[in-house]
Design a protein around this ligand. Structure first.
Ligand code: NAP
Length: 281
């Protein structure tokens, strides 16, 4: 029977560990979330982040901009948050409307407030193995694996998906922990063969049946980062259900696996940012 990589439970433990650190600071850590437009999934994510921040006693601020906001308006908002000393973390909710270039906005966030870890300076630091802010979903995935003592060193890790948000940073983190990492994507010649040899499998594609469960080898540690809303309203991952999944060693549930860990790590990054900023005063 597979061990459940329970993200909800670990997220609660992480929040309990952060609470005394928040209480020890001379002021509440400040998290600012910029939401452009009203993409329904983004609205839900932003609400979950606000709830977590408030539950932890952070100072949470949300800036709502209209769907038609210009890139200049979004950049001006980021500039104002960069300059605001009460803000320790800035998160620009993705995706952005098409008239706003994602890179232009993410590059504008002060790297010392970039709690999402998407600024090129933070990406570069992560790649060099001396991270400042590790992107929240990859950091959460590693925390889940570590909490359950999943062996990483020397293991064959297969990461399906190579986005800068999940796949690439997860691959870098697993590599730094001495796993032997294969990154798969749309041009991978034989995805089934790659998945079948995984001892650690991380899937972040964004399609409900991207990886058939029948491919997943027994004993593997399986992390499904996919978040797909089906027409009937159910939330499912990227790995299609199959009895073979009962024989894996560890597996994330969906929902309740990677999602809560992403939010917990956003809180951790924001508290760490506040600690660093307040210590530097
Ligand atoms: P993304 O930017 O769209 O990247 C998807 C990646 O999957 C790309 O690298 C793409 O390859 C690859 N891919 C697509 N179809 C494939 C296929 N048939 N075979 C192999 N690889 C394929 O997505 P993302 O932002 O990384 O998100 C991925 C999933 O994770 C989504 O479901 C998203 O909602 C979820 N997610 C969850 C959380 C959370 O907190 N739970 C956070 C972030 C993301 P190419 O590079 O070749 O195009």
């Amino acid at each position: 029977m597979a061990i459940l990589l329970d993200g909800r439970a670990l997220a609660r433990t992480i929040a309990q560990g952060l609470a005394p650190r928040v209480a020890a600071l001379p002021r509440a850590p400040g998290l600012a979330v910029v939401l452009v437009g009203s993409d329904p999934a983004s609205v839900v994510y932003v609400r979950l982040k606000a709830r977590a921040a408030e539950g932890l006693g952070l100072h949470h601020r949300q800036v709502d901009l209209p769907e038609r906001a210009s890139e200049a308006e979004v950049l001006a908002t980021v500039d104002a948050l960069n300059a605001d000393p009460s803000v320790d973390g800035i998160l620009v909710q993705l995706p952005l409307p098409t008239q706003v270039r994602r890179e232009a906005v993410l590059d504008r966030v002060d790297p010392s407030k970039d709690v999402d870890g998407f600024h090129p300076e933070n990406t570069g630091r992560l790649t060099q193995g001396r991270p400042r802010f590790v992107p929240c979903t990859p950091r959460g995935i590693l925390a889940l694996l570590d909490h359950h003592d999943v062996p990483l060193s020397g293991r064959r890790a297969v990461v399906v998906g190579r986005s800068p948000i999940v796949g690439r940073p997860v691959a870098a983190l697993l590599d730094q922990r001495n796993a032997t990492v294969t990154v798969c994507h749309t041009r991978t010649a034989d995805l089934e063969a790659e998945v079948r040899r995984a001892e650690i499998l991380v899937v972040a594609v964004g399609r409900p049946d991207a990886v058939p469960g029948a491919w997943v080898p027994p004993g593997a540690a399986v992390v499904d980062a996919g978040t797909n809303r089906l027409p009937d309203g159910r939330l499912v991952g990227d790995i299609a259900p199959h009895p073979a999944l009962e024989a894996v060693g560890w597996i994330t549930p969906t929902p309740g696996g990677v999602g809560p860990m992403t939010i917990a790590m956003l809180m951790a990054n924001t508290v760490e940012s506040a600690e660093l900023r307040l210590a530097a005063r």
